[in-house]
Design a protein around this ligand. Structure first.
Ligand SMILES: Cc1cc2nc3c(=O)[nH]c(=O)nc-3n(C[C@H](O)[C@H](O)[C@H](O)COP(=O)(O)O)c2cc1C
Length: 475
């Protein structure tokens, strides 16, 4: 690709917007270095969509001449997203009519004008024009910033549900916004905290409350004081570090705390639930820091910091199930409606002479996988070490599988016989029943088999949260 020496006057084409006009295509804009989770999610959704899928991906080019050399390309990809030069979004026609945002999710919501400055200072394709024709370069680059900001603004509005849009427009018009709404914020590295935050938002709405959910990096500290209730779900990464989607927020917060008034959040109620692992030295460190920051800013605490722990039997869920009921009580949330949510699947027990029952699956392996034998398992750490780090070897002979450096291994777990028996008993089944399963409103990435025995379904396909000694059973 050759850069025009005099710069490009025409606006950059918005390929994603053109593709979205067709309405029947899955469309995503991604950048691997800026957000690997978002990229992977987009590819999975694109694959699952039964129609055309288009993913527009950002890739840096050596010819753009980065000031810090080729090694800085990862940084440049991050800056392209943070500055608003490259958007991250997903449009999924499968969600049209189901989600408030009508299928459009903006995955990076807050852009930063300062980052745009360093972005254009870092690449030769921009700086060579700044040197040869400074005024012309300024005019073009100002125009470019204006276009990207305007497009970002349009995407932000498109991604909002009606309530959020109304509030956003009121704020833009300088009107006071006083909605009694909970803002659920999350800081995540690998997606757990985001999932928990979205579940909170879902539950609040089910109880008739207003709730919005966004990543910590997407909120500006200047807007926090407008929030009446904040719930932050925060994972800890690295060795006691902030997770990726809270890093920017925390940088801003640390600076803000140096001079912030002690009553800055006096009208805000807050609670923080941490998601960590007590085998790490800095257990739930990121959540602790955010919890302390809200307290220091004068916000009113409604709950002690929740400390989810990967070492508990049901990981963070163990603590979450204790913590959440008190949280809902303390914010005076209405009781949930006593009605069941619509089913995700329709399940019918087939009689033995039903023609469909002849296709029953009695041994289930997910598509693309192969059963292999583990030949070696040994510990790589001394006895008594704070956590298990094991070395595994697998015998691939006869499986037809091979691997290369950098490949990763996916494991397909099964539930134990004891758990399966408890579940079947609770459902009044023997396990030999042949089930016919039809999805109605399923968001499973791997669809359930259509005809399968009840035992195989509970052993291989469902996640059973069955406490072996507890009397509760959930599938
Ligand atoms: C590489 C890595 C580093 C972690 N470091 C910590 C840590 O220092 N302290 C802690 O309490 N938990 C730590 N954890 C546990 C995570 O916080 C926990 O698994 C959490 O559920 C991850 O949530 P997320 O998917 O939202 O990122 C770490 C997990 C991983 C994979």
């Amino acid at each position: 690709m050759k850069m025009a020496a005099g710069g490009q006057k025409a606006k950059k084409k918005d390929l994603g917007a053109i593709a979205m006009m067709h309405e029947n295509a899955y469309v995503a804009s991604v950048s691997l270095a800026a957000d690997v989770n978002q990229t992977v999610r987009a590819f999975k959704e694109a694959e699952a969509w039964n129609g055309p899928s288009i993913i527009v991906a950002y890739a840096t080019c050596v010819d753009w001449g980065h000031r810090h050399g080729d090694k800085a390309m990862v940084l440049q990809q991050v800056q392209a997203v943070e500055s608003g030069y490259w958007p991250l979004y997903r449009y999924n026609p499968a969600d049209v009519g189901k989600t408030e945002s009508n299928g459009f999710e903006l995955d990076h919501k807050r852009v930063d004008a300062k980052t745009m400055e360093s972005f254009v200072q870092n690449e030769n394709r921009f700086t060579s024009l700044q040197r040869s024709a400074p005024e012309h370069a300024k005019m073009l680059q100002d125009g470019m910033k204006h276009t990207f900001n305007a497009r970002h603004e349009q995407r932000k509005r498109r991604a909002m549900g009606d309530e959020d849009l109304l509030e956003y427009l009121k704020k833009q018009m300088g009107e006071q916004v006083t909605g009694e709404r909970v803002t659920v914020l999350y800081g995540t590295d690998t997606g757990n905290a985001e999932m928990v935050a979205k579940n909170f938002q879902f539950e609040m709405k089910r109880r008739g409350m207003k709730a919005k959910c966004l990543s910590l990096n997407d909120v500006s500290i200047g807007d926090l004081a407008d929030e009446s209730k904040i719930l932050a779900i925060v994972a800890t990464a690295g060795q006691g570090e902030m997770p990726k989607s809270a890093v920017k927020f925390w940088q801003d917060m640390e600076t803000f705390l140096e001079t912030a008034p002690a009553d800055y959040l006096k009208d805000t109620k807050f609670a923080v639930f941490g998601m960590g692992d007590s085998s790490y030295v800095f257990f739930n460190e990121a959540a602790r820091k955010i919890d302390e920051a809200f307290e220091k800013l004068g916000a009113e605490r409604v709950m002690q910091l929740g400390m989810g722990d990967d070492q508990h039997p049901a990981r963070f869920d163990t603590e979450l199930e204790e913590w959440s009921p008190d949280y809902y009580d303390n914010i005076e949330a209405p009781e949930p409606p006593q009605e069941l949510s619509p089913p995700s699947h329709l399940v019918e027990i087939l009689s033995a002479d039903d023609a469909k029952a002849q296709n029953v699956i009695t041994s289930y392996e997910p598509a693309g996988s192969k059963p292999v034998k583990m030949s070696v398992k040994r510990s790589t750490v001394p006895e008594g070490y704070e956590r298990a780090v094991d070395h595994f070897e697998f015998d691939l002979s006869g499986s037809g599988l091979s691997y290369d450096q950098g490949d990763s291994l996916g494991l397909w777990p099964s539930n134990s016989k004891e758990q399966v028996d408890i579940c079947l008993k609770a459902l009044g089944l023997t396990g030999d029943e042949v089930l016919n399963i039809q999805p109605i409103d399923s968001n499973r990435s791997v669809p359930l088999p259509e005809v399968i025995t009840a035992r195989m379904l509970s052993q291989k396909c469902l996640t059973l949260l069955v406490g072996l000694s507890a009397d509760t059973t959930r599938c």
